[in-house]
Design a protein around this ligand. Structure first.
Ligand code: SAM
Length: 253
């Protein structure tokens, strides 16, 4: 058996009740095409294989890939850093379901990366550090609400399914975890690049009012014309408010 590698964020799920709860919430059927990111020693993989779905694994650790290949002959196993995978071709034509007990250090960049392809994804079920999950699902005006919440909620319907304690893993992580579900929003009616610029500017100085934070993009009267109070702060806006800003700006440019 290989030692858990800290650099790969290896905290393997060992608690049977948690594994069962995850699998139950996925409701996988043989028709589904599933990508599991970071299968590790196969705690979830085993159950996914049983569901007879079309399964692809992406795992960075070559030793674990060797073990998985022996155990699951015939399964498609990609030995790569998921952050380097070219998802534009990898996802293929058939919409995919994505599942992963993700290593904490790559979870946010991975969610951003996959967000670019959300129209080709049926849903994503991921285990994250609880604190990151709370920022993702946070409602406007709460202390956890910020750029991450808005960027993700603009593209995905997000639901926190349940929390998982460190005792469910071996080795135990120092933090609590949460299992969340992301479903792509049907219509994306804004320019993504422009939105990124706008959000970077809006959240670059959290205590600034909108009229100051967005000074280079929209003036006070323009903000008022789209029913946004120029004296409010970015963390008080709903994701839809940012859509109105981006669309107004797009017309103006
Ligand atoms: N799914 C297993 C489980 O629940 O027991 C393992 C989860 S463990 C938290 C994260 C897994 O992701 C490890 O197997 C690790 O080797 C793998 N991993 C870490 N970084 C990765 C990356 N950049 N690309 C692909 N896999 C990665």
């Amino acid at each position: 058996m290989t030692q858990a590698r800290r650099r790969f964020g290896q905290n393997f799920l060992i608690e049977k009740s948690t594994i069962a709860r995850i699998i139950e919430s996925l409701k996988i059927s043989p028709q589904h095409s599933v990508i599991e990111i970071g299968p590790g020693k196969g705690a979830l993989t085993e159950r996914l294989v049983e569901s007879r779905c079309d399964l692809t694994l992406i795992e960075i650790d070559r030793d674990l890939v060797d073990i998985l290949k022996k155990k699951y002959q015939g399964l498609s196993i990609v030995n790569e850093d998921v952050l380097k995978v070219d998802f534009s071709s990898f996802l293929g034509i058939e919409p995919k379901r994505i599942i992963g007990n993700l290593p904490y250090n790559i979870s946010t960049p991975l969610l951003f990366k996959l967000s670019r392809f959300n129209e080709r994804i049926i849903d994503m079920h991921v285990m994250l550090q609880k604190e990151v999950a709370e920022r993702i699902v946070s409602e406007s005006s709460r202390k956890e609400y910020g750029r991450l919440s808005v960027s993700i909620q603009l593209l995905w319907e997000v639901t926190k399914l349940f929390d998982v304690s460190p005792t469910a893993f071996s080795p135990q992580p120092k933090v609590n975890s949460s299992f969340i579900c992301l479903k792509p929003k049907k219509k994306i009616n804004f320019d993504r690049d422009l939105m990124n610029q706008l959000l970077t500017s809006a959240f670059s100085a959290r205590r600034k009012t909108l009229k100051n934070a967005l000074r280079n993009y929209l003036n006070e009267s323009e903000l008022r014309s789209i029913e946004i109070d120029p004296g409010s702060r970015p963390e008080n806006l709903f994701p839809e408010d940012f859509i109105r800003c981006a669309n107004f700006l797009k017309k103006k440019l």
